[in-house]
Ligand binder design. Sequence first.
Ligand SMILES: Nc1ncnc2c1ncn2[C@@H]1O[C@H](COP(=O)(O)OP(=O)(O)OP(=O)(O)O)[C@@H](O)[C@H]1O
Length: 136
Amino acid sequence: MDLKETNKEKMDAIGKNPNFLASVKHALDGIQTILKEEQNMRCHALLGIIPLLLAWYFQCSTIEWIIIIFCIFLVVIMEFLNTIFENVVDLVTDFEFHPLAKKAKDIAAGAVLVTALFSIAIALIIFLPKFITFYF
Ligand SMILES: Nc1ncnc2c1ncn2[C@@H]1O[C@H](COP(=O)(O)OP(=O)(O)OP(=O)(O)O)[C@@H](O)[C@H]1O
């Protein structure tokens, strides 16, 4: 039996999504898992509410709303990618220490941090002038 046939047999054993609805269900399971298992994701999701409330309070323009929502999604998506990397690294290393595993995880975490700092900078650009005009 060649490698291709062996791989096909393994894939058959895992099974493929029979239809679109099954794919959506698995995607929703993924979202549920990350919210349940990743404290950072819950933290980002909660913090994301603050700029939305501020945007509502200061009656932001449509373009400002779009930029704010885009920044929130960017951080959330980076957290998804970070979690994927962490899981794949744990799968490959089987939780054994490896300098490359540390490098990969630290870089993935760095990507989340850079995105979060970028979003904070955008929030300051949008909200700081509004705060100043509103309160002073
Ligand atoms: N297999 C490994 N080999 C070497 N270092 C590792 C390994 N796994 C994790 N580390 C180090 O430990 C840190 C914490 O790893 P862990 O998997 O707990 O991430 P985490 O705390 O869930 O990260 P995050 O806060 O980004 O969600 C990593 O950032 C990395 O520096």
